[in-house]
Write a protein that binds this ligand. Structure first.
Ligand code: PLP
Length: 405
């Protein structure tokens, strides 16, 4: 597989239509299928001999392509593809890589702290397709190297893990992978704009666009960014995992996301400002808070060396309330006091809270949760940017004091 996957800068002509029909935003092209004047052109397009023609929207769509180009520009990728969900991005990426050498099965090494849905996919579904999976502590380079086997094809990590917020050394991991021709796949859902994994040596980046990229918690979407060759392989009419499994992005969704990406930088800054403010106040009170922007965070220095300083350290923080009862009690009080909403997901304008152990990480068995340090009392906050910071802090403090009394 071609490994040139990052490029410095896209031309304005790659992401903008000019001329008489070139509105400042692309049109929503809802056509499911496209016309050909010459039937021979249709045949050549199906054979892959003719480029530039749209044939059917499960294969490609102009509006979805516009979104893909914008996402590729954000990730510094040569190409990107919008898909139906974050899980579709992960599933199709893994499926495509494992089938690309013509062999059945293989071995995947995953970080042991990943989103619960990803964990369940790797643990319960991949083995049924002949893919063996090992979960390792990905901040431990020796452990990762030890887990590699001759048949390992993929190392899978999250830039900032869900929900523990541990950050991996992408440069070092990519060097380990390169030595053995293993592909490094990175889920960058928690850190869009903050980290560009492809520039640090990753081969493929996946996103749940449902989160920060959407920002409104009103749609489900995903994206895959990487080399032009890899992205094209996903929509190959004979072998493409997106083309043939079919989880494509709807052009209306692509259009929404295209527009929202323009204010993603402002939103990411606002999330980080509020999260940093609250995390520091919690840390001053010696509460067990984890936020990558705090100097006390285990990989703060590492992240500082790779993160774009314009965007801070993200909008997610966690607080260990000790027990699940206390976490639930605090969350209920915070919701009643208009600090945030008790809901899974993240990246919304308002604060969202959930007890990870019993929700988005419930797929991970209790003993493994314990082994990775996921406490039953861990409350994950996706910090919103709506409201005044001092007011939000006072609401938090009142509720914290009430549960601590
Ligand atoms: N990756 C991460 C880190 C997530 O947190 C999630 C969902 O919470 C996903 C992937 C899956 O995304 P989606 O819900 O859009 O399928």
């Amino acid at each position: 597989m071609e490994t040139t996957r990052s490029r410095p800068e896209q031309s304005i002509r790659d992401i903008q239509h000019f001329g008489e029909e070139g509105g400042v935003v692309p049109v929503i092209d809802v056509a499911a299928t496209s016309t050909f004047l010459d039937p021979a052109d249709m045949e050549r397009t199906f054979q892959g001999e003719m480029q530039g023609c749209y044939l059917y929207s499960r294969h490609s769509n102009p509006t979805v392509n516009f979104f893909g180009k914008k996402l590729a520009a954000m990730e510094g990728a040569t190409a990107a593809l919008g898909v139906a969900s974050g899980m579709a991005a992960i599933t199709c990426t893994i499926d495509q890589i494992f089938r690309s050498n013509g062999k059945v099965g293989g071995h995947l090494v995953s970080s042991n702290t990943v989103y619960g849905g990803t964990y369940a996919l790797f643990k319960n579904i991949l083995p049924t397709r002949g893919i063996a999976v090992d979960f390792v502590e990905a901040t431990d380079l020796a452990a990762v190297e030890k887990a590699f086997r001759p048949e390992t094809r993929v190392l899978y990590v999250e830039t900032l893990s869900n929900p523990l917020l541990s950050a991996v050394d992408l440069r070092a991991l990519s060097a380990l992978c390169r030595k053995r021709k293993i592909l490094l796949v990175v889920d960058n859902t928690f850190a869009p704009l903050i980290v560009r994994p492809l520039e640090l040596g990753a081969d493929v980046v996946v996103h749940s666009c449902t989160k920060f990229i959407s920002g409104a918690s009103d749609l489900i979407a995903g994206a895959i960014a990487g080399s032009e060759e890899f992205i094209a392989s996903l929509i190959d009419v004979n072998h493409g995992s997106v083309m043939l499994n079919g989880p494509v992005m709807d052009p209306r969704v692509a259009h929404e996301l295209y527009l929202r990406m323009d204010h993603l930088p402002i939103r990411m800054q606002a999330h980080a400002r509020m999260a940093d403010f609250l995390a520091r106040r919690m840390a001053e009170m010696k509460l067990p808070v984890i936020y990558p922007g705090l100097e006390s965070h285990r990989q703060h220095k590492l992240l500082k060396g790779t993160a774009n300083p314009e965007y801070g350290f993200g909008g997610i923080l966690t607080l260990d309330c000790g027990t699940s009862e206390r976490a639930r009690d605090l969350a209920t009080k915070l919701q009643d006091d208009k600090f945030g909403l008790y809901a899974v997901s993240l990246g919304f304008s308002r604060t969202l809270m959930s007890c990870s152990a019993k929700s988005t990480s419930s797929e991970i068995p209790e003993d493994e949760q314990k082994a990775i340090g996921l406490s039953p009392g861990l409350l994950r906050f996706s910090i919103g940017y709506i409201g005044d910071a001092e007011t939000m802090w006072n609401r938090f403090l009142k509720c914290w004091k009430a549960v601590s009394a």
